[in-house]
Design a protein around this ligand. Structure first.
Ligand SMILES: CC(C)(COP(=O)(O)OP(=O)(O)OC[C@H]1O[C@@H](n2cnc3c(N)ncnc32)[C@H](O)[C@@H]1OP(=O)(O)O)[C@@H](O)C(=O)NCCC(=O)NCCS
Length: 165
């Protein structure tokens, strides 16, 4: 007998807004819940001060559903952080965030998106592959890990304008 994975899709309305300093406290709370090695408040404030393209996605009741931060270069957009609130993960909210990332890149005339992901983060890799990202390399000892050890990063790239999986 085959088992069928039941997937709950998020059916509420979601709204994007640029991330501002006022959002950071709530963003950090979600970040701390979502990662074993989270970005700090200072990392978010520095990113906003550097004018990275940062967005929050909120539910109709105002709760933060997710966020992302991008660094735009001449030929590519680097996705620095993309996060869905843990209790909403696996319901299509990450796809909403990724679609916005792609729309922003295309609006800026940029057709390549790059990101790093931990080899241990199988869910995120699956989401990225499903969106059409391909592995293009690794960065050695990129991430902090247990104790004083470091974990490599897998570098993935999405060429926009190509068929999505
Ligand atoms: C990674 C993250 C942003 C993805 O968001 P999410 O809401 O869980 O992902 P979604 O449910 O929107 O899934 C997106 C798509 O990938 C698909 N997908 C999910 N897991 C998959 C897998 N293992 N293999 C293939 N496709 C998969 C989904 O079916 C969905 O496709 P659809 O929109 O066509 O139905 C989110 O899980 C998260 O915040 N994780 C913790 C923080 C993190 O790891 N961030 C990334 C660091 S690199």
């Amino acid at each position: 007998m085959s088992s069928v994975l039941k997937v709950t899709r998020y059916t509420g309305k979601l709204e994007f807004a640029p991330m501002s300093v006022r959002d950071v406290e709530e963003v950090v709370r979600v970040e701390n819940d979502a990662y074993p090695f989270p970005w700090t408040r200072g990392n978010f404030l520095d990113s906003l001060a550097n004018r990275y393209d940062a967005w929050v996605l909120r539910e109709t009741d105002g709760r933060l559903a997710g966020y992302f931060l991008l660094m735009q270069a001449v030929d590519d957009v680097h996705l620095l952080n993309i996060t869905v609130r843990p209790d909403l993960q696996g319901q299509g909210v990450g796809r909403v965030l990724l679609d916005k990332v792609c729309a922003l890149a295309e609006a800026a005339g940029i057709y390549q998106i790059l990101l790093e992901v931990r080899p241990s983060n199988q869910h995120a890799q699956g989401v990225y592959r499903h969106a059409g990202f391909q592995v293009i390399g690794t960065r050695k000892k990129y991430y902090p890990a247990a104790g004083t050890t470091r974990e490599d990063a897998i570098v993935m790239q999405l060429q926009l304008g190509q068929a999505q999986a």
